[in-house]
Write a protein of this length. Structure first.
Length: 217
């Protein structure tokens, strides 16, 4: 983590392009049929319990079984790989990209992901804090917990077998938690974001500036 945060560079980036670009990929092999067009608006799940499906993006058929894939966020279709429409695709093939307008909270979260040390999931698995760490978090909050290289802070549950995960990043406090206990996390996705204590005022300045100066909610 840098000693100083370049405020102007951070704000120039988000003011010039205040969007996330989310690739939509084939969920498995099959013949794909696009249901939207470039430039079209899309909406994510809605309703009180998010029970209303988002805008249909594409349909994929394998062995006569078709599955509708809907948008998971709001935005606009920035691009579509039209050459793949009506063809057989491999799992993971990029079909289109959604341009999602960032809200203030999302801008803050994106900045945090840039400046914190992100400790990634070593495998696709379910994760839990160790009992000692979970107890301390419940009593004092995550940001009161300091972690150091070699600390056993998380338990990985994979194939009905629990294994300790040892922290190997920089020393600091647990500033952000990116996983929910018992919910599967993809390999490489962050589990926690760690901040050295002396860097906390810098991060707080960035967050305060976003909240004060940014127009979107």
């Amino acid at each position: 983590m840098a000693n100083e945060i370049d405020f102007e560079a951070v704000f120039r980036k988000y003011r010039s392009d205040p969007y996330d670009y989310i690739d939509v990929c084939a969920i498995h092999t099959g013949v794909v049929r696009c249901l939207t067009t470039e430039g079209a608006p899309v909406a994510g799940p809605g309703g009180e319990w998010m029970h209303v499906s988002g805008t249909g993006l594409y349909e994929i058929t394998r062995e006569r079984n078709s599955k509708l894939v809907s948008a998971q966020t709001n935005g606009t279709v920035a691009s579509i790989n039209t050459a793949l429409d009506g063809t057989f695709v491999e799992a993971g093939e990029r079909l289109m990209t959604i341009r999602h307008p960032l809200k203030k909270k999302e801008i803050v979260e994106n900045i945090l992901r840039e400046v914190l040390f992100l400790f990634p999931a070593p495998e696709k698995a379910k994760y839990f804090f160790s009992l000692d760490v979970q107890s301390r978090i419940e009593k004092k909050g995550a940001r009161a917990i300091t972690v150091n290289p070699g600390d056993e802070i998380i338990t990985m549950s994979l194939m009905k077998r629990d294994s300790p995960v040892y922290y190997d990043g920089e020393s600091g406090v647990i500033y952000s938690i990116y996983f929910r206990p018992g919910i599967s996390v993809a390999q490489g996705e962050p589990l926690i974001g760690v901040c050295a204590p002396e860097k906390l005022p810098l991060i707080q300045r960035v967050i305060a500036k976003v909240k004060a100066d940014w127009d979107v909610e």
